[in-house]
Write a protein that binds this ligand. Sequence first.
Ligand code: ADP
Ligand code: MG
Length: 156
Amino acid sequence: MRKTTSPEATKQLASTLAPYLHAGDVIVLSGDLGAGKTQFVQGVAAALGVRDQVTSPTFNILLQYPGGRLPLYHFDLYRLEDPDELEDIGYFETIDGDGASFVEWGEKFPSALPYGYLEIAVTVDADGNRDVRAQSFGDRARQLLFVWAKDSKSRL
Ligand code: ADP
Ligand code: MG
């Protein structure tokens, strides 16, 4: 677990994950509204070299940023009611595709989660700081978490 005391610190932590991302990696971001999931994706995007402003995909469900080292796909499933709609938005092809996918509220549809993924949970503590925790599912995510934790010099 890593504590961050500002949005910048959350983005900085996120930026240390970016160099290790591969095509097909899926990162599920969990945590309440306003916890800092989108801030985290902004930090990743900047470190990948995305120049576009990264905004919340709450209304669009999916926003794509092709301009960095690796395409970045940013989902927010908060407003999605029917998991069948995932097919319509190309969720399954996208997460299996040429970029790294970050899925806010991905845990809402457990049956739509891929076999392997990294889950990053952001929670707000009593002082308003954020606790960032990571848990891996599958071999690839385990490897990703290992190299990231080593780089960020903390347990995540
Ligand atoms: P989410 O995507 O989880 O709904 P956002 O990332 O959009 O949340 O918003 C997080 C909000 O919390 C932002 O307004 C940000 O400025 C604020 N914030 C305060 N402290 C932190 C922190 N340590 N890490 C991330 N965001 C923080
Ligand atoms: Mg968000």
